[in-house]
Design a protein around this ligand. Structure first.
Ligand SMILES: C[S@@+](CC[C@H](N)C(=O)[O-])C[C@H]1O[C@@H](n2cnc3c(N)ncnc32)[C@H](O)[C@@H]1O
Length: 187
């Protein structure tokens, strides 16, 4: 199935799907924190693993001071607004199993909102605190052989993403592979 996506490039989308498919044979569900309209979620759902997707469904939050970019002012609070119902309906229209869809700010989610085991995680919350909170939530849930993809890691307009990942990785020292704007971390 092909979907148009205005947030993730075609090459990035192909890589995300390829990486997620590489996790099919290991235990653990798929998660996407920051699903927006569900363009990538629909492709992840097709793969066949249980999928959990999360979003404020109120658009982006306020930036923190770590997000201010020399590249210019974009990505404002409230942008990228979509309703949970719209996203759910896209799955139904596509004839796909509806994932677990949680409406919440990431900072308000607890471990109980996440699957016990995660094999593939796509983190796409755009801002420092959103990525920091996403990493906190999936920490300890990723299975060996699992993959974390962080979108916008190398996006100069969203510098908070890289900061959050590097802080999280400081003591872990995991290898970070870069593909286009994305960080790929294999456990
Ligand atoms: C770039 S979009 C995601 C695009 C999507 N992954 C795709 O592939 O089409 C970012 C999404 O993250 C959500 N988001 C960002 N920070 C958040 C936070 N702290 N809590 C909840 N949702 C957040 C926004 O509402 C927005 O829908």
């Amino acid at each position: 199935m092909a979907f148009r996506n205005d947030q993730v490039s075609e090459r990035e989308t192909e890589r995300i799907v390829e990486l997620a498919k590489s996790c099919l044979s290991i235990s653990g569900d798929f998660v996407e924190l920051g699903c927006y309209k569900g363009d990538t979620s629909l492709l992840l759902a097709e793969i066949g693993k249980k999928l959990w997707i999360y979003d404020s469904f109120e658009g982006l939050p306020e930036k923190s001071e770590k997000d201010f970019s020399v590249v210019g002012e974009s990505f404002k609070a409230g942008e990228l607004f979509v309703t949970k119902r719209e996203v759910k309906e896209r799955f139904l229209r596509a004839g796909l199993k509806v994932p677990v869809i949680k409406k919440a700010w990431f900072q308000d989610l607890t471990e109980a909102d996440l699957p016990e085991k995660i094999s593939f995680a796509l983190l796409d919350g755009d801002f420092y605190e959103s990525i920091r909170d996403s990493l906190r939530l999936i920490d300890g849930r990723m299975v060996p052989g699992g993959v974390i993809v962080v979108h916008d890691f190398k996006n100069p307009a969203l510098p908070g993403v890289e900061k959050a990942v590097l802080e999280w990785n400081k003591d872990k020292n995991l290898k970070i592979e870069v593909f286009e704007s994305m960080a790929i971390i294999k456990l």
